[in-house]
Design a protein around this ligand. Structure first.
Ligand code: MLT
Length: 267
């Protein structure tokens, strides 16, 4: 890449801070390590801001319950700390997408576009809410390991799970970094989140909806609905990927993101 700047002694250097800021928000119960491939592969076109939500990764846990509003405000507080006031791109995977919708409602002036990966706009059904409460009991009784082991096979496409033990191990370790309070807090935040379906036509932002064709947790039809009902959205379906398309098929995922962002730059 061509050097972008010169100091007064003609020493050339680059500063990724002059690129479009993109805040990546991870899913449940993961951490910012989720975005490792993107941080590496897309470093030439964006400035990555990659928080750990409260109680996840190495971020401190406060006492549960948490809410999507809390997560959204936490993400905006990171931008405040960095002095970023202009609207930025928000990329959210699954629960990270629920946070992105909450940022649209609470801080519309801070968001200029979205990448919605493996997520859905609808709220929890009564049955899902009940499953959240059962999961809360499970993690309190048996620890995060019990949640991780129950979720892992469903998080990835069957062939990823069967054939990529290193990735399975990496994701499991990431889940085990989450504290019990973090898991319990996030389960409550997801259970009580707003239904965003009715708001979709109001979120008039360039958006890339991106979904694995073998997602066992959130059906592809949810992504198709978001892409249809958001005013300015494109859909990218990632073949051979489950609920973690950015880790399972990083090249395809990154190509889709790159094409989307380059399209925006060209405009
Ligand atoms: C996630 O991947 O963030 C969660 O599985 C989403 C959910 O449970 O609704």
């Amino acid at each position: 890449m061509a050097p972008r700047q010169k100091s007064k002694y003609l020493m050339t250097f680059e500063d990724s801070a002059d690129r479009l800021p993109l805040q990546w928000i991870h899913g449940f119960p993961l951490s910012n390590l989720l975005w490792d491939p993107q941080v590496f592969d897309l470093a030439d076109i964006v400035r990555h801001i990659v928080p750990n939500l409260r109680g996840h990764g190495v971020s401190e846990a406060t006492a549960p319950p948490y809410s999507m509003a809390m997560f959204a405000d936490d993400c905006i507080a990171v931008l405040d700390d960095l002095g970023i006031e202009e609207p930025i791109m928000i990329g959210g995977l699954s629960m990270g997408g629920y946070v992105a919708f909450e940022i649209c409602r609470r801080h519309p002036e801070r968001i200029g576009g979205m990448i919605l990966a493996a997520t859905r706009a609808g709220a929890d059904t009564d049955e899902t809410k009940q499953r959240r409460d059962e999961a809360t009991k499970l993690v309190r009784d048996q620890g995060v390991e019990a949640i991780a082991d129950a979720m892992l096979p469903k998080l990835m496409a069957p062939q990823t799970y069967a054939k990529d033990p290193d990735l399975v191990h990496f994701v499991r370790e990431m889940m085990l970094e989450t504290s019990v309070d973090g898991v319990v807090g996030a389960l409550a935040a997801m259970r009580d989140r707003h239904d965003s379906v009715g708001d979709l036509p109001l979120f008039d932002l360039p958006t890339l909806v991106i979904h694995g064709d073998e997602d066992q947790l959130i059906p592809l039809a949810e992504a198709e609905r978001m892409a249809r009902e958001l005013p300015d959205a494109k859909l990218a379906v990632i073949p051979g990927a489950g609920h973690l398309p950015n880790l399972e098929q990083p090249e395809l995922f990154d190509d889709a993101v790159r094409e989307f962002l380059e399209g925006l730059y060209a405009e």
